[in-house]
Each structure stands twice: as C-alpha cells, then as structure tokens.
Design a protein around this ligand. Structure first.
Ligand code: BGP
Length: 466
C-alpha cells in the first residue's frame, strides 16, 4: 500500500494540548471555567499549560514529519478565534492557526481540523450552552467564519468531535461541564448538536470549497454474548443509543425511524424537534466519516438501575466502564478479555467489526479512524527511554484488523493514533497517557519519542514499500 493511498498520522485536541489558556487574546472557554472551579474540579488539575502546543507546535509537527506521518488531526479553540460575544475575530488566534497550518504544509502533512472538540466559549455556556436552542445558529456562525478564514488551506474539516460521548459525560454522567444529570437534557443536547453539525455542513456547502467535510463519531460497536430475541432487541437499542442517532442523520440525512417512538415511550418530551431541522438534515450529509475507535460496547437486556454512565477516572482498575439505559439495555462483560487500568475492555477486533458494520449500513462512505490508542502509565526508564511495548502490541493488532477490513473492501482511508504527544486527559489528568511521544509534565515539558513512535515510523515506511 502506497503512503499516498492512505493517510497515517496522529491526533490531538485544542484544550488537551494548547495551554496558553489566557494568552494571545483568547477568551475563556467552558473547560477553563470548569477546571478553575474547586467545587467542580476537586483534583485541581487543569489544561492551563497542558503540553504547551501553543508555543511548541513547530517541534511537535516536526516530530510527526520525522515519524513519517503525513497527516495531523487537531482542533480549533473557538474562544481563541472568537473570544467574546461581540463575535469579533481575534487576529492573534487566527495567526496562530495559520502558522500551524503552514508548518503542516511545509512538511507535507495534510491537516484534518475539528471545529469543536468539547470546548465552547464560556459566554455561550453561560447562556445554556448546547441546551440553548440558539446553539446550532451560534455554531453555524462560527463555522462559517472559520471556512472564510481558512478556506482550502484545510483539506479535511470535521464539524464536531464525539457528540455522543461528550453529551453522555456532560449531561448524563455529569463529569464534564456543565455537570448536569438529566436524560431529558441529554436527548435535547444530542439533538441540538446533531442540528448544529448539519447547519455547519450547510455553511460549508455554500462556500463551494475544494475541501471535504465530515463528523467524528466514537463508534462503540454494540455486541452481545448471546443471540436470543431479547439480546437482539438490547443490541439494537444499544446501537440506537451509542451510534445511530448521530451516524444516521450525518450520513443518511434522517434519524432512525423507530427512535422517536421509543424515546416518547421512555417519557422523553420531543417538542424540541422541528420540521425545518429535519429538512436541513436531509440536505446536508457528509463527505467522510471520522471514527474514534477505542473499544466495543457489550450489552445485555436491561435488569435494573437508573439510566447512567460510569467510568473510572482514578485508574486503579477498580471501576468497570458501565452504561445503563433504563428498560433498554445495560452493560455486559466478557471477563476472559484483558482490561486497561481504567476498566476498559481491550478488544482489538472491534476496529474490523466497526468497519464491516459501517460498510453494511452505509456502503462506501470514506472512513478515517480519527482516534485509536492505548492508555498506559508510561515511565522513563534508567536509560531515558520509554519502552511502551504494550502500546506497540496494541497498534500491531489494531492494524492487522484494520488492514484486513480494507483488503475485504472497506473504504478506510486513514488512521490517526491518539495522541501525537502526551496530552491532558479529561478529568483523569496527566498520568493517563496515550502519546507516541512522552511529555515531562513535571519539569520542562520536554518531548521524548517513545518506543511506539519509532515502531510506528518504521511501520509507515515499510507499508510504503509494499
Ligand atoms: C476521546 C476524545 C479524546 C481523548 C480520548 C481518550 O473520547 O475524543 O479527546 O481524550 O477519548 O479519552 P480519555 O482521555 O478520557 O481517556
């Protein structure tokens, strides 16, 4: 496979890497406000400095290039480009992203840029954030400004990162800002985000750019251990909850047919749904799908408990990742499989199942694996090296399954390791590391390529010859 046939790269996100939270004319974001509130963020860990990408982007992009990577996924900080409610553009913010793009261009790296990766301006959060029915209009206005500012210099635009995961963590689990716990709000926020996405696509189409536009979804392919009628119903409802309410509208232009009825049966007030929004959806589908692929979701028929999502933010291996949707389904477990220190099942084949599932439901839509990675407590050894063999083993297995799906006709066109260098991991802090390059967060933020960075570099070089 030639390198030009397939993009190999790695990914990051503005709040997790940039730092410089109040520099360069940047406004306050919802994450800035949240991490600075001791009641909401008792650990006190912030992304104020993060890995300082704002000042070190040249070094990080050079590392990508030296590692044979030809694509870089990053996100824009909305509040760096438009700091306040007067909608004035911040020239320093724009200059920063132009320099990042120029650095990519110089190194022959294709930029894959997300407009919204969890961080929104705090003034919008204060007005109700995603729950405000003005949110889609705000997002479309911001997106239009970004398309005008950067145009074709960005070959791949992504509207929003992980609507489902962000909505679940912010409005169900209550761990991400604004820390709410309400199933009704979860549904409303989910709807507003899907519509915001479609409105941004509409802005993009108006401008007739040569670039492509997509959405990034986190697919947890939903599976069961048994194949009975009850398990099949739980599986389908799991798929509705985890995937279809985002991927169907984004790719097919409409919500799944049975979704409204099931939600109403569950007591959700759907009065926020508007006919004009549904028309907009049908007219604004995407060019490519970005899939963040970490693990699958194993479900069984619902037994008990209120709708909720549980994750381990301590990394002691004590809490299993768990999802309950009352009367629909709940998590199941295959204890024969390994788990990471944060209670998440490690199941490499999920990337294959995911690509096959997309092909079956959506045909030939181009797919990027926009995130995939292995969380570890990496440490520097006595020789100054980071021997992250577990990560290499993880990548080898994932690549095996991804390339098998490609050989079998799945239209996967690129892969991004999460993350290019170590970043701030939401709520978890800095000890949960995914990077191909180690960052010394306790001292000088020095970058040290891990063993996996060298392995990936050589893998890409080798894949270029085949
Ligand atoms: C995805 C997010 C990323 C990243 C990654 C790892 O859901 O898009 O921003 O954080 O997951 O997750 P975490 O840092 O929570 O372990």
């Amino acid at each position: 496979m030639k390198k030009e046939d397939f993009l190999w790269g790695s990914a990051t996100a503005a709040y997790q890497c940039e730092g410089a939270w109040n520099e360069g004319g940047k406004g306050e974001s919802n994450w800035d406000a949240f991490v600075h509130d001791p009641d909401k963020n008792p650990k006190g860990i912030t992304g104020d400095v993060a890995n300082d990408f704002y000042h070190r982007y040249k070094e990080d992009i050079e590392l990508l290039a030296k590692g044979n990577q030809n694509t870089f996924r990053f996100s824009l900080s909305w509040s760096r480009i438009i700091p306040s409610s007067n909608w004035q553009i911040n020239p320093q913010g724009v200059a920063f992203y132009r320099s990042v793009l120029e650095e990519c261009r110089k190194h022959g790296i294709a930029a894959n840029v997300t407009l919204l990766h969890y961080d929104i301006p705090q003034w919008i959060e204060a007005e109700g954030g995603y729950l405000n029915d003005q949110f889609p209009a705000y997002f479309a206005r911001y997106a239009g400004m970004v398309f005008d500012l950067f145009g074709d210099s960005i070959p791949y635009y992504v509207t929003i990162n992980e609507i489902t995961h962000n909505a679940n963590c912010a409005y169900l689990q209550g761990k991400y800002p604004p820390n709410h716990h309400s199933v009704q709000e979860l549904c409303h926020v989910g709807y507003n985000l899907v519509i915001a996405h479609a409105r941004a696509v509409a802005e993009f189409r108006k401008r007739k750019l040569n670039s492509k536009i997509g959405i990034v979804h986190t697919t947890n392919t939903v599976q069961t251990l048994l194949d009975t009628e009850e398990y099949r119903i739980a599986r389908h409802r799991g798929d509705l909850f985890k995937n279809l309410w985002v991927t169907d509208p984004a790719i097919l232009g409409h919500f799944p047919e049975d979704l409204p009825g099931l939600l109403e049966e569950a007591g959700i007030d759907l009065s926020f749904v508007k006919a004009e929004d549904l028309k907009l959806l049908s007219e604004n589908t995407i060019d490519f799908l970005g899939q963040n692929c970490y693990t699958r979701t194993l479900v069984k028929p619902y037994v008990s408990g209120e709708t909720n999502y549980y994750r381990d933010y301590e990394g002691k291996g004590e809490v299993l990742e768990r999802l309950v949707v009352k009367n629909w389904f709940e998590s199941d477990y295959d204890f024969s499989l390994p788990r990471d220190e944060w209670g998440r099942e490690i199941y490499h084949k999920t990337v294959y199942d995911m690509l096959k599932g997309i092909q079956k439901r959506y045909g030939d839509i181009p797919v990027f694996i926009t995130e995939n990675g292995c969380a570890l407590y990496d440490e520097v050894d006595e020789n100054g090296e980071i021997r992250d063999d577990k990560r290499i083993d993880f990548m080898k297995n994932v690549f095996h399954w991804m390339l098998k799906a490609r050989e079998e006709g799945c239209n996967v066109i690129g892969y991004y390791a999460w993350s290019n260098v170590d970043v701030y991991s939401w709520i978890n802090g800095y000890k949960k590391r995914y990077g191909l390059v180690y960052v010394d967060f306790d001292h000088d933020l020095k970058r040290i390529p891990k063993k996996s960075w060298f392995w990936y570099r050589d893998f890409i070089a080798h894949s270029d010859r085949d």
